[in-house]
Design a binder for this molecule. Structure first.
Ligand code: PMP
Length: 442
């Protein structure tokens, strides 16, 4: 096993890497071979500070013993059990533990294997819910411009990222989009939630008027859009969306794949903003990113609406071979134990002011045109290079990796979301890396 890990591949061509410029990467590959707590180690033996919690998922830091041991134990005890018409104890235990930390009223959990699958599950659940309630005409789904909801067909249809949609044909019909809430001319350099733009939620009323509420199943939004460059909800925006959805019998889905499990300094964004959706999609932090897993949280009324037919009937024709996989459940339980013991689901609250100050100290550095932050998320937006497809942020990412920090980029935006175990000293270190990098790029 350890020998296998030491093998250095001499041909990188077979693996078609996801969301990667394959040809460019393979000329100058960047490889991690191990990780511990806040750091990765590269194949050439350098330590790299993880400024992004992997891909917004390793909230408790890397290779945490409780999680590793839980996986090892479970793999030797019960490796797999059929997900349909069979159970195993820890999947029920995990569901109970998740409901215990979920926003009030979200009493049921459906397991998936990723954020994308959680989104598909939520969208199908919303449409099916209206149908079981006798409102089968409610099939329309409303997403948002610049929303990211994974890569499956439902997710890219309600999502609003042009590059992720344009190669893939007509997508789902009956989908509309709210405008995004990125208003740099009014909100640049806001600290935390921006002041301006709550009225953009009223666009939902316009869509209701256009299509009639009786045709609309659900609205899906990320409370904080992460993947498209950290777009924050203006003050009062999510409350307004909630009110309009409730008024018209439309389900509100929060995609908390990034914001779930402590990222904002509260267990979920729903807690942070005091707005409870009807369905909440999660993944990533549920298992600390260690084993693929997603969890869709559902309000009691929605779950119960499915439980009214004959008892021998399957209530929801949906699920995955690996829904509630025992080893993933063990990883998730180890993760929840770690979060609890170290107070990580709320640690961001205490660190957020320090994080905010450190991040905003980059104002005035070369190329910086906006800085945004919330909880332990940050974004630094750089001026585009006029007339060129080259992105400064990508150069910054490569340079940061070479210097010893992992950051993430989307277009002209650098996004940061470190593991929730980060220390103040490591925050300084991360921001210093970014500062040096900004000063070194053209
Ligand atoms: N929804 C949101 C909000 C996300 O940020 C992501 C992933 N970044 C997804 C869905 C998709 O998750 P996955 O990559 O696990 O399918």
């Amino acid at each position: 096993m350890s020998n296998r890990l030491k093998v250095t591949p001499n041909d990188l061509s077979a693996f078609w890497m996801p969301f990667t410029a394959n040809r460019q990467f393979k000329q100058a590959p960047r490889m991690f071979v191990s990780a511990k707590d806040m750091h990765y180690t590269t194949s050439d033996g350098r330590k790299v500070l993880d400024g992004t919690a992997g891909l917004w998922c390793v909230n408790a830091g890397h290779c945490r013993p409780k999680i590793t041991e839980a996986i090892q134990h479970q793999a030797a005890e019960l490796d797999y059990a059929p997900a349909f018409q069979m159970g195993h104890p820890i999947v029920f235990e995990l569901a109970n533990r998740l409901v215990d930390i979920a926003p009030k009223g979200m009493d049921h959990v459906f397991f998936t294997n990723s954020g994308s699958e959680s989104v598909e599950t939520a969208l199908k659940m919303a449409i099916a819910y209206h149908r079981v309630k006798g409102e089968g005409s409610r099939t329309r789904l409303i997403g948002r411009e610049r929303g990211y909801h994974g890569v499956n067909f439902g997710g890219i249809s309600v999502g609003g990222i042009v590059t992720n949609r344009k190669m893939f044909g007509t997508l789902l019909g009956g989908v509309d989009h709210l405008p995004h809430t990125h208003l740099p001319e009014k909100n640049a350099f806001s600290k935390g939630v921006p002041e301006h733009g709550a009225e953009l939620a009223n666009e939902l009323e316009r869509l209701v008027t256009l299509h009639d509420a009786s045709t609309i199943a659900a609205v899906i939004v990320e409370p904080v859009a992460g993947s498209t460059g950290v777009i924050l909800p203006p003050k009062g925006y999510l409350q307004k969306l909630r009110e309009i959805c409730t008024k018209h019998g439309i389900l509100l889905i929060f995609d908390e794949v990034i914001t779930g499990f402590g990222r904002l300094g509260a267990p979920f964004a729903a807690d942070y903003f005091g707005v409870t959706p009807d369905i909440m999609t999660t993944a990533k932090g549920v298992s600390n990113g260690v084993i693929p897993m997603g969890a869709v949280f559902v309000k009691k009324e929605i779950h119960d609406a499915f439980m009214t037919g004959p008892e021998h009937m399957i209530e929801f024709f949906h699920g995955y071979t690996y829904s509630g996989n025992p080893i993933a459940c063990a990883a998730a339980l180890g993760t929840l134990d770690t979060y609890k013991e170290e107070g990580l689901l709320t640690r961001g609250e205490e660190l957020a002011p320090y994080w905010e100050d450190a991040l905003h100290s980059l104002k005035g550095e070369p190329h910086v045109i906006d800085i945004r932050n919330i909880g332990l998320i940050g974004a630094i937006e750089l001026a585009p290079i006029a007339g060129s497809p080259t992105k400064r942020a990508f150069s910054a990412f490569v340079k940061a990796f070479e210097r010893g920090a992992l950051i993430r980029t989307t277009g002209d935006i650098i996004a940061l979301s470190p593991p929730l175990i980060i220390t103040k000293g490591q925050i300084n270190e991360l921001i210093d890396h970014v500062r040096d990098v900004l000063r070194s790029i053209d």
